[in-house]
Structure formats: C-alpha cells, structure tokens
Design a protein around this ligand. Sequence first.
Ligand SMILES: [Zn+2]
Length: 377
Amino acid sequence: VVTVVTDDLVLVDHHCHGVVAGDLDRARFAGLLTESSFSSNFDSMVGIAVRRWCAPQLELPAHCSIDEYLDRRAEWGWRRVSARLLGAAHVRSWLLDTGLAGAVELPLTEPVDFAEIADGAAFEVVRLESVAERVAADDVSAADFLDFVEIQLRDAIEAGAVGLKSVVAYRTGLALPAEPPTDVEVAAAASAWLRWGRRRLDDPILLAWLVHLGARLSAELHVPLQLHTGFGDDDIRLHRADPALLGDFLHATKSTGATIALLHTWPFQRTAGYLAHLFPHVLVDVGLAVPYVGERAGSVLAELLELAPFGSVCFSSDGYGLPELHYLGATLWRRALGRLVDDWLADDVMTAADAERLAGDFAAGNCCRAYGLTVPV
Ligand SMILES: [Zn+2]
C-alpha cells in the first residue's frame, strides 16, 4: 500500500485562535484543555493524546505522566513550547479568529506574533459580533451603528482579513430567516438594544441582520463566512447549534456568490456533510472535535465524508490558548485521514492518484481556493 498522507503533508488551518502569551500553572493548563469552565479532566481522550503525541515534541517519552509534562513545560517556558509544537504541526498558514478575548487573565498572541512563533503565515478572520459590540461600546446612534459595523468589516477585509466569522449559534441559534429583517425592523431593534446599553449582542433581529450582512460581504468581497456549528464551550445550547437549522439561510444564499463554512460540526458532522452535498457554496470541517476525540478522529472524519463532496472539506484545529491543541488538531487529523485513505487504497476503492488529490485538497487546496490564498506545494 502506498502511504499518501505522511507527517509532512502541509496543512492550512482555516480556523484557530492565538496561544496564551504566558506561563500556565496546572489549574490554568487543565482549564484550557477542556470546553467546560467548571470541570476538567486529564484522564480523557484529549489528556492521553497530550501525553502520547505532545510529550515527544517536548523531548519526553511518549505516555509520560501529566506532572512530568507540566514540569517540562514550566522549564521551557511558553514561547519555546509554542514554537516547538506549532512548528511541528507543519501548518503553512493559520487563519486566526481574533474575536475571542484572552483566556485565564492572560493575553492571546496576535496574528503577527503568532506567525513569528509558529514560523508560518497568519491571517485574520474577523468576528461579526465582536465588531458590532465594539462599535456599540462607542456610544453611537442607531443609524450610525448600522453603517459603522459595515464600514469596519469592509475596512478589516481591505486591511487583509481573509474571512468573516459568526458565533450566532451561541446567541440565538442557527435558525436564521431566509430574508434579512427590513430596514425599519433593524433600525427599531438597534435603537432598543443601544438604549439598554447591552454589551452582548443577543437581539435576534440584529443578529439576523448581521449574519445576512456577512453573507452579502462574502459574495461581494470573496471572503468565506464561517459559522460556528456543533459543540463548543458551555456558553452554547447544543440544540440551537445544529446545522440542520441553517436550511432556509443556505437556500437563500446558495446563488448569491457567498461561501459559507460550517466549523466543527460535531456531533452533527453527518448533517454537515449532507448540507455540503446539497449546497455547492458550503465548506465543512471537523475542527475542535479532532483533538478532543483523539483516537476516534478517523470515525468522525469518515462520517463527514459519507456525503460531503471532496471539494468541500477543509482542515482546522480550532486550537485556542494551548499550542497542544493546534498540534494535536494537525497531527491527529493527518493520522486519521492517512488511515482512511490507506484502507481505501488497500480495498481498491480509489486509485493512488485519486487519493493524493483528495488528501492535498483536504489539507490545503480547498481552503486556499475558497480564501484566495496560495496553495502550498
Ligand atoms: Zn474557534
């Protein structure tokens, strides 16, 4: 059997965040190795994956104890640990969502520092809700608010951002209307929300307006609009993050030129694959799930591929805070894809040429074409 997916298959990570710029004690490290803010557990698939796969990168034996691992981390310091793990991920370009604030009272690296530490390229993806909340904090009128949000999004793309991102799944959920709300409805909602001085954008009319604005800018400026779907931190209500709820929105945007990227998708990866099968403007990934399900990553990826067309599948780690998550996302994803492809080749499901093209497209090609980046060779 020819092995198509090797450890040096170059990836482009289309959704991740910065790493914490500071040293972490045991509790803070544990707090970042979970999606929960009130429980943590090293004794889980992600915990054993850190011991198995990250430890050798820190020049420790595979499967060393968590205490040994944390001692080495403290000895090396965050910058050396991050450089080693991010470098070993063999990711050529990272697309950083800069809209999520720092963790555990320490700042996250900005794209410029991240690129330097990771020895790769870093691009910004702008979060719609963060821009809207920042504009609202500046004491603007309702009319100005609506204009300024659009202007700031356009300016960010003009300045080099390669994508837009929405976390509407965390706010009112993914059951978005097919049509954006009318100008009258939006103006009334904006003045009510601003009058109450709310910091968190959770108004359903404003969110529907904002996500439709994102889709319109996606079509006009050729930047994908990423939507968080599926599991995430404990701020989410999972039933509202089911991508099946996007049916009306995807029908409405399918012929506009917009590209909609469904991030994470677990445990709805089969639904997401079906949506990508229906709609040619949909991209899908299983980011975030890969580090957390560890050895089960192959099953998750295989379920996505039951229906997802091969041109719709992208790679992301959703690494956040800990460079371990970026590294595990890349390493476990390559390993899972490699095993799937090797099985298919052994069973004569496809040719080696088909397999090579598929692996290259999943790793970087599909993402680079969608975001207008150079495909690494
Ligand atoms: Zn994320």
